[in-house]
Design a protein around this ligand. Structure first.
Ligand SMILES: [Zn+2]
Length: 244
């Protein structure tokens, strides 16, 4: 929209219904403001299970259709179920599919399940916003980091447009986390403020992940856009270094 000069007043959208990637509150807030919609909904589903769940007006987690697909949350290491409300990997069993039934299929997504009633009246269990993929999680200097955490930090910075990419390398036996992120067109030429921008993002990342990051500020639209539905947000180069 920014590139084409389209403003939210040119659109007549009322609500936004989002799917495909993990979201954060700040990402949904930005989409709501930029698209000028009154309500945003988040969905969760996959091609393997064919059905999807979604948030209601209370944004109280994703109501998951547990009468069609039976969900469980497990500890990905022990593969045992975790108690209601505790984070783990989502595992599903399809109840109605005949062609390709799935039994305790590991979705690879990190979430937690809740069964307290929702004010909207729906009785299905609710899934917390997906925290990330089990295989996207990287361990940096002993701490676990998800790309979604970096995304939350980027969205806290009004000088960034939300596009980012994470690279993990190893220098002198130390893990190095580098975040490349695009500036907004309004802030792209404030070169005198770049050090300040970097320091703000470093602080947000440190507060959320407990890790200090190196920051590369990039010009708007300069980072490659993925043609695929899901953009690759993280490159871990440590294995290549380790094999040298
Ligand atoms: Zn509800």
């Amino acid at each position: 929209m920014d590139k084409l000069g389209i403003t939210k007043d040119d659109l007549t959208l009322r609500s936004g219904f989002f799917a495909g990637e993990a979201s954060s509150d700040s990402m949904l807030r930005t989409l709501k403001e930029k698209l000028g919609v009154q309500q945003v909904y988040d969905t969760y589903g996959s091609s393997e299970i064919t059905v999807a769940g979604g948030t209601c007006d209370y944004m109280n987690g994703i109501h998951f259709p547990d009468d069609l697909v039976y969900p469980e949350v497990i500890n990905p290491t022990t593969k045992r179920q975790v108690p209601m409300g505790e984070k783990g990997e989502l595992v599903v069993t399809t109840m109605l599919k005949e062609g390709m039934p799935l039994i305790r299929f590991r979705m690879g997504d990190i979430t937690a399940m809740h069964d307290e009633p929702c004010p909207c009246g729906r009785t299905a269990v609710r899934l917390e916003r997906i925290q990330g993929r089990v295989d996207d999680m990287v361990t940096i200097r002993g701490g676990n980091v998800f790309p979604t955490q970096i995304e939350i930090a980027c969205y806290k910075c009004d000088f960034l447009n939300g596009f980012y990419h994470i690279t993990v390398t190893r220098e002198n036996a130390l893990d190095v986390l580098t975040v490349d992120c695009e500036l907004t067109p309004e802030c792209a030429n404030n070169t005198d403020k770049f050090d300040e921008y970097k320091a703000i993002l470093i602080d947000h990342i440190k507060a959320i992940c407990g890790v200090r990051a190196e920051i590369n500020l990039r010009q708007p639209q300069s980072m490659p856009r993925s043609d695929e539905l899901k953009a690759k947000k993280l490159t871990d180069l440590r294995k290549i270094f380790d094999n040298k």
